[in-house]
Design a protein around this ligand. Structure first.
Ligand code: NAD
Length: 367
């Protein structure tokens, strides 16, 4: 057999879609190509058992198609568990547009993408993500009703980032309560990595509570701006992972907890907004547990944004969305208890509870 002579790492070249490591039983993957606008996009629909697949559209300059496919699959799977753990009647999906959002994006391209979303008749609902904006969602809205995060003037909920930040803040407080015996962050040294849309609002909340906030970002101008605005200390050490802090809040990129960083981490709590913080969910989740570092699962505590856009589908009520987001505090504590009671990692605990909800619904639907 031809496959036997190939290394496992090469198998994806023969089975490029279903054979992807990150495929993980996706229900549907849609490849979108439009010659006139230059649109090349992939929509991943991971699971629709709990409801339509909702997840943002990321525009990114991927090095190649493998990278784009892998990203959309990983992200859409993540959305399934994020919505499930948050008690939302939503499935998981995500889309990626291949290209540099600052150079390649045109209104025609985004509108065309809206046509593709529309062609799925609501099975996939889009939203904003890295590289797309509320204005892009408004444009997509001219082609389809299956879009969230549109401007408040159009009846939407606008930018979800402040609500995401509130949820991260709630998750962080719950983790502090579990680890330090109090959810009061006053005096706690908190390192926020990435002070973008979510990171800045998080800095605002924790500064107001009296935390000693340390910030880091690759954008020097932004560092100076946020440092001055909130009186936050700018990290200036050699290696941020070995920083002597109580809480580490990853709010930039995923996979920052990996083989190279994990043994250096001095923080007692990890609670941040970034998606897919653990490079390897099982291995690194276990290593954190073994080292006594309390990890607040990312897909649980960064769900404020999806809670907010979900509210838009039902009937947008900001107060209700904030109340539901506040409940991330209680859910986080429940997950920590469940993890302890079962001697499993906090990531595994959150994952099992989410999967259980999906399985129960699947059984109901089969009856
Ligand atoms: P953003 O693009 O506004 O901000 C990201 C910030 O991280 C930028 O300031 C950027 O300069 C900085 N950054 C990039 N690489 C870095 C690095 N190596 N070290 C330090 N800083 C770096 O993004 P955002 O909307 O604030 O989202 C932050 C994270 O949270 C992302 O991982 C995103 O996927 C996740 N997230 C966001 C939302 C939301 O509602 N915006 C919801 C869920 C999850």
């Amino acid at each position: 057999m031809i496959t036997e002579s190939l290394k496992a790492s090469e198998l994806h070249k023969i089975d490029p879609v279903f054979g992807q490591v990150s495929f993980d039983n996706h229900e549907q993957i849609v490849f979108c190509n439009d010659k006139d606008t230059g649109l090349k996009a992939i929509i991943g629909i991971h699971n629709t058992v709990l409801g339509p697949a909702l997840g943002g559209t990321r525009m990114w300059k991927y090095a190649n198609e493998w990278e784009a496919l892998n990203d959309v699959l990983r992200l859409s799977r993540g959305m399934t568990y994020k919505s499930a753990i948050s008690g939302l009647n939503l499935g998981g999906g995500k889309a990626v547009i291949m290209g540099d959002s600052k150079i390649d994006k045109t209104p025609e391209m985004i509108a065309k993408f809206g046509d593709y979303v529309n062609s799925l008749s609501g099975k996939y609902i889009t939203a904003e993500d890295v590289g797309t904006t509320t204005a892009d969602m408004d444009l997509i809205h001219t082609r389809t009703a299956h879009v969230t995060g549109i401007s408040e003037s159009l009846g939407g909920s606008g930018n979800p980032s402040p609500v995401t930040a509130y949820g991260v803040y709630m998750g962080m407080k719950a983790a502090a309560k579990y680890k330090f015996g109090t959810d009061n962050l006053e005096g706690k040294r908190i390192l926020v990595q990435g002070i973008g849309h979510v990171g800045e609002t998080l800095v605002d909340y924790i500064t107001a509570e009296g935390a000693k906030v340390i910030i880091t970002d690759i954008n020097e101008a932004r560092l100076q701006e946020i440092g001055q605005k909130y009186g936050a200390q700018i990290f200036n050490g050699e290696d941020l992972y070995s920083a002597d802090v109580d809480i580490y809040a990853p709010c930039a990129l995923g996979a920052t907890i990996n083989d190279e960083t994990i043994n250096k981490i001095k923080a007692h709590v990890i609670a941040g907004a970034a998606n897919n913080q653990l490079a390897n969910e099982i291995k690194h989740g276990q290593m954190l547990k073994d080292r006594g570092i309390l990890y607040a699962p990312d897909f649980l505590i960064n769900a404020g944004g999806i809670i907010n856009v979900y509210a838009e589908i039902v009937k947008y009520d900001k107060a209700e969305a904030m109340r539901k987001t506040e409940n991330i505090y209680n859910t986080t504590l429940e997950i920590f208890d469940f993890a302890d009671a079962n001697n499993i990692t906090t990531h595994e605990a959150a994952f099992r509870i989410a999967q259980n909800r999906i399985d129960l619904r699947k059984k109901e639907l089969a009856q």
